[in-house]
Design a protein around this ligand. Structure first.
Ligand SMILES: O=C(O)CNC(=O)[C@H](CS)NC(=O)CCC(=O)C(=O)O
Length: 258
């Protein structure tokens, strides 16, 4: 078993979360289309075997899944159970088409087929809400996962850019945990991958009050962070501040003028 599976197993982990593009980061955007595979291909099946051998559930965020044509992939977050069975999959809805201030221009939609459906799934670590990276900037998706799909743990595997990550990564993650009253687990790519690509972010585990309970510093690049998911703490935060019952319908589109 690989080193980090052993460490996770020794720590008693029931779920191991990987970052976006966990199995491959290309030098140029779009390179990953060439290595994209279906979920029953050798790469994903290899991870399924590791889940079975280690008896740990896996969150494999940002797998380069082969799409319906050869010039596109789907950026898919796959949940594998401890017997090696794929339990759920979610394809990234919000694609990173962004001119990063002082950085590169990204156009993820040029090689990625966007997903359409919001997905949650039960696990030994609670009900998981599946998202990927840039989704983090669209809070209504997290609201939907929490208040419509009853998520308890929100997963945000990512490969944030250095510039946007330094400015926004931690604060956005803490905000999602606080406003949804969920645990947030955000596995991050970190460090320099090659001449052209660099990612940023501490891998973080945040509790439903917004406290950081697990951190793997960006500077270490590899390793694991471990934390407990405390279900009674989720209940207590939600009971004392019952925002789910206090939510009022807001007419989004009706602006009033003086
Ligand atoms: O294509 C790959 O190799 C890996 N995928 C990514 O790097 C993706 C799409 S280009 N990156 C993001 O979504 C960054 C979001 C971000 O940085 C922000 O929201 O600020």
């Amino acid at each position: 078993m690989p080193k980090y599976y052993q460490e996770a197993a020794a720590a008693g982990a029931k779920l191991l979360c990987f970052p976006e593009s966990f199995s491959y980061v290309g030098a140029n955007l779009g390179d990953s289309v060439k290595i994209a595979e279906p979920l029953d291909g050798p790469i994903m099946q290899g991870y399924c075997s590791l889940a079975r051998e280690s008896q740990i559930w896996l969150s494999l965020g940002g797998f380069q899944e082969k799409a319906s044509d050869d010039s596109h992939l789907r950026n898919t977050h796959v949940i594998v159970d401890d017997t090696g069975k794929i339990r759920s999959k979610y394809s990234k809805i919000h694609l990173f088409d962004v001119d990063v201030p002082g950085g590169m221009v990204y156009k993820e939609s040029s090689f990625t087929e966007a997903g359409k459906d919001v997905v949650a799934v039960d696990s030994p670590c609670g009900r998981l809400g599946l998202t990927v990276c840039y989704d983090l900037r669209f809070p209504e998706m997290y609201e939907c996962l929490r208040f419509h799909h009853q998520a308890q743990v929100l997963l945000v595997p990512s490969a944030f850019t250095k510039i946007t990550g330094q400015a926004h990564w931690e604060i956005l993650l803490r905000a999602r945990a606080i406003e949804s009253q969920c645990y947030v687990i955000a596995a991050a790519q970190a460090g320099r991958h090659n001449d052209k690509r660099e990612s940023y972010g501490d891998s973080l585990i945040i509790d439903p009050w917004g406290t950081i309970v697990g951190r793997l510093p960006d500077k270490l690049s590899t390793g694991i962070a471990v934390a407990d998911i405390n279900f009674s703490y989720i209940e207590s935060v939600r009971m004392k501040m019952p925002i789910d019952q206090q939510r009022k319908p807001i007419n989004f589109w009706k602006a009033s003028s003086i």
